[in-house]
Design a protein around this ligand. Structure first.
Ligand code: 5AD
Ligand code: SF4
Length: 527
């Protein structure tokens, strides 16, 4: 399995924090129209329209799901916690690595409608009639038998009458093939076509059995009137969708389509609205966020946009991810220097420390050029926390190449590394590359790399003991007086304070103990 050195920073936001959102209970512009009727989905006898949405993958997917939820809420749907209670079940999928892509098919397997013979089998097994009774009604297909023996049976849901949709990267990649593999699916829509989602949903409501949105040749971005935000403390905003790079291992250019940037005025308006709604931290998102190209006449550069966002009244923290090293210039560091509200954190994926592997990956930079970008960050006026992504076991990666990646970790001294075993993906150029590395060897390299990085982080974090940081409190432990939050550098800090209510507050925390993936401290003041 792909493992990462996730300090838990990204994953922790949202998890363990209360979920608030824009009116989940039947709100939105369509909720009470002139006739006082909600448009409701024609399933299960016109019962209340409810949806369940499960998201896999990156922050872009998380945020897309917030927008998808917004579209549905605006049509009068109510969000529920599990697929059992939902009339519409949606999976927003990820296909960046094979394991992620497989997940959705196992979910869809759980939703395969139970056939009549199977129902009788289940009923009769409940009555304890056993094998002979089973023979009378005909033994279900071999795969069913396998499912039963594998214990999957217990997880199968009654999905008859429900609408099941696959969104995101797997939808884009597999297209209508999903209908063949899982004929009980009714909606397949890739992220490049999300603009069409309201229309597709309307078609389903009108009784259409199958609808698709699979175009990638679009210059549109997915903007919605209402976004149901999951994280009450950090608001995500996509500023650029798709990717025009062509890294040889990556499915994203196929699944998310070409780069499309949002107009700067629209982004700034949304930031102002977020600030008015009480958000003080925003995170600008894009697969290559710093390749942002303002489509409007203002032609703002990414660094100018960053500065403009940082100047919005009420905004105290601005983050951005993910940056591509090729488009990372001095102007971004200058913007960070000039604006304390831009966080001390940059995620700059390197993928490999070997120029030969970088060339095979089509990353468009050498090790030395990457290190020049790191030098820019290290020359900033305040310390900037740097994190990266690494792929181990790319085809042809020699032991020497791998050692160059290890030496790069030593040289850069990252604060966090997300490391993955190379996973061959459909349509990508690297799929056909010679000298594949055996799984076992990939695993060995991953473990070595993680050990090395854990030690680097342990030592780096140790040096922070005794220092005081501003922390935005976003979690409360069940244990009394225990809180957690993030520093500007995106480090997780668990701390003690006898205060009654701190969620959403900025506080000063003095670090008393350091771990490789988090800090421990005590509150010493308000922010
Ligand atoms: N195999 C393994 N890791 C991959 N990534 C992207 N594609 C693949 C792949 N085929 C990793 C890269 C990227 C991160 C989001 O996922 O490190 O930066
Ligand atoms: Fe994939 Fe490369 Fe684009 Fe990142 S820059 S999304 S790794 S193609």
């Amino acid at each position: 399995m792909a493992k990462s050195f996730d300090i838990g920073l990204e994953r922790l936001t949202g998890a363990g924090v209360p979920r608030i959102g824009v009116t989940q209970e039947g709100g939105g512009p369509f909720a009470n129209d002139a006739q006082g009727k909600k448009p409701s989905l024609q399933v299960a006898g016109g019962a209340e329209s409810t949806f369940y949405l499960e998201t896999f993958g990156c922050q872009m997917n998380d945020h897309d799901s917030e927008k998808v939820a917004g579209v549905l809420l605006a049509r009068g749907y109510r969000q529920v916690d599990g697929p059992e209670a939902a009339k519409v079940i949606l999976y927003n999928t990820c296909s960046i690595r094979e394991k992620a892509a497989q997940k959705v098919f196992s979910r869809l397997g759980e939703l395969r409608p139970v056939e009549a013979t199977e129902l009788r089998w289940i009923e009769e097994s409940k009555l304890g009639l056993g094998k002979s009774a089973n023979l009378e009604i005909g033994v279900p297909r071999a795969e069913d038998a396998e499912q039963r023996s594998g214990g999957v049976r217990t997880r199968r849901l009654q999905s008859a009458g429900k609408i099941i949709g696959v969104l995101g990267c797997v939808a884009q990649q597999e297209g209508e093939g999903i209908f063949e593999r899982a004929p009980w699916v009714s909606l397949v829509c890739g992220s490049a076509s999300y603009r069409k989602l309201p229309q597709l949903i309307a078609e389903l409501e009108a009784g259409n059995r199958r609808v698709t949105g699979l175009d990638t040749d679009t210059d549109e971005t997915f903007e919605t009137e209402i976004t149901r935000r999951d994280n009450p403390f950090r608001a995500y905003l996509t500023i650029i969708e798709g990717c025009d790079k062509a890294c040889s291992y990556c499915v994203v250019p196929f699944t998310r389509g070409p780069e499309r940037s949002r107009a700067s005025a629209s982004i700034l308006e949304e930031v102002r609205q977020l600030a008015e709604a009480g958000y003080s931290e925003v995170q600008l998102l894009g697969q290559t966020v710093n390749s942002y190209a303002d489509p409007s006449a203002r032609k703002m550069r990414f660094s100018e946009l960053l500065a403009a966002v940082a100047e919005v009244r009420g905004i105290r923290r601005v983050r951005f991810t993910t940056s591509h090293p090729r488009d990372f210039g001095k102007d971004i560091v200058e913007a960070i220097d000039a604006h304390p509200t831009i966080c001390d954190q940059v995620h700059l994926p390197v993928q490999s420390g070997s120029t030969a592997v970088l060339r095979a990956m089509a990353r468009t930079y050498t090790r030395e050029e990457y290190l020049e970008k790191i030098a820019l960050l290290k020359a900033a006026r305040r310390p900037i926390s740097i994190s990266t992504d690494v792929i181990v076991g790319f085809p042809g990666e020699t032991e020497k190449d791998f050692e160059e990646t290890l030496s790069l970790l030593d040289e850069v001294q990252y604060d966090n590394v997300f490391a993955f075993k190379y996973s061959p993906r459909p349509n990508t150029p690297s799929l056909k590359m010679a000298d594949a590395i055996p799984e076992e060897e990939k695993g060995r390299r991953l473990a070595i790399l993680m050990d090395r990085q854990r030690e680097i982080q342990r030592v780096r974090n140790e040096k922070l003991v005794g220092e005081t940081f501003e922390v935005l409190v976003d979690g409360k432990s069940r244990r009394e007086n225990q809180w957690s939050g993030h520093t500007s550098s995106n480090r997780v800090v668990n701390f003690t304070s006898p205060e009654q209510e701190l969620l959403g507050d900025y506080v000063q925390v003095k670090v008393t103990k350091a771990m490789p993936h988090s800090l421990v401290g005590e509150m010493v003041g308000r922010g």
